[in-house]
Design a protein around this ligand. Structure first.
Ligand code: SAM
Length: 315
């Protein structure tokens, strides 16, 4: 469907849980306590998908928290991919424990995977994620590639932590058939609100004149893509702070406890729980009204920290 600005909204990000087995330094505080909030069940999600597909949702990305934590992830993937209207189902994950589940997920309809990886140094990776196992990420990437799935690597550079690894990540896209995307640090934690720790994507590009802009894989994608001769993959820049991409945004988000959030950078939400089990028609109407009023643009540049941490929204 189209919102009040005429944007075609066809992409839904579903956060399956706010729980995560890692505590990335820019995503949530070390001491943050994840309440075992009521997560939407498989039945709730099925009902919501029925309504979303009526409204023209055609692409779904699963995220969190960490989606692999959901024990019924396989059933959820099967349910969503069974909707004939959904032609693209993907997932964003930290890849801890991905390697031995990816083949089954692929078989059930998961088409693409984005893997978060902020350091190619195992020790630094462990410290930035507060406990992550680098080998599991690499095994997860290998297993997804062996399945023939398109893989994107998401990296957030933080000054004083991993910013000197930008060149190594670019090298990764030269050698491996993966798209490496640099995401500018957003204000979702105390760390994210500190300008001095944010590495602007323009800084990286300025150091790599060999990279040439290439057409996007999808016109509504948030990243600007680059490549150089001999590269197996692409280098993408997602620049929500230095360069807004809201005018062609096609996304809305569903939080794990049933709030529809029209924009990552705007705290306005619609609680869908009261409308569950009231019938698809009523639920569809509530969704239609909420989506129509999607905010014009996010306001990350004002550096006001969002009320929810990233793991509570779904990145
Ligand atoms: N657990 C999964 C993962 O690690 O990919 C999915 C959820 S995570 C919140 C989704 C994405 O959000 C990750 O790629 C992560 O790097 C990104 N992210 C989290 N906090 C961020 C922040 N403050 N600024 C920019 N990106 C952030």
């Amino acid at each position: 469907m189209r919102d009040w600005m005429g944007r075609d909204i066809h992409y839904l990000r579903i956060s399956l849980t706010e729980r995560c087995n890692l505590k990335c330094i820019y995503c949530r505080e070390e001491t943050a306590f994840c309440k075992a909030k009521e997560e939407l069940t498989l039945d709730d999600l099925t009902e919501l998908m029925q309504a979303f597909t009526v409204l023209g949702i055609r692409r779904v990305r699963l995220t969190g928290g960490e989606p692999l934590i959901r024990k019924d992830l396989e059933q959820i993937v099967h349910m969503i991919s069974s909707f004939p209207q959904i032609h693209d189902l993907s997932m964003t994950t930290n890849a801890q424990g991905l390697a031995n589940r990816v083949a089954r997920l692929h078989q059930l309809g998961l088409k693409r995977i984005n893997i978060s990886l902020d350091s190619l140094d195992p020790e630094r990776y462990r410290s930035m994620t507060r406990g992550g196992d680098f080998n599991q990420v690499m095994c997860g990437i290998d297993a997804a590639l062996a399945e023939g799935m398109p893989v994107k690597i998401n990296a957030v550079l933080v000054r004083g932590e991993n910013e000197e690894e930008a060149d190594d990540f670019i090298q990764l896209a030269r050698e491996y058939p993966v798209d490496v995307r640099f995401i500018e640090l957003m204000p979702f934690s105390a760390l994210g609100t500190q300008d001095k720790q944010r590495v602007l994507n323009s800084e990286i590009l300025a150091r790599h004149p060999e990279l040439c802009a290439v057409p996007p894989r999808d016109p509504s994608q948030p990243s600007e893509d680059y490549q150089a001769e001999g590269f197996a993959g692409r280098v993408g820049f997602i620049s929500p702070i230095s360069h807004k991409f809201c005018s062609h945004c096609s996304r809305v988000r569903l939080t794990s406890e049933g709030k529809l959030r029209m924009c990552l950078g705007n705290d306005r939400e619609t609680d869908l729980r009261p409308w569950l089990h009231a019938g698809t028609e009523q639920l569809t109407q509530v969704l239609r009204d909420a989506i129509y009023h999607k905010p014009e643009a996010h306001a990350f540049e004002s550096n006001i920290c969002a009320q929810r941490a990233m793991n509570q929204i779904g990145g």
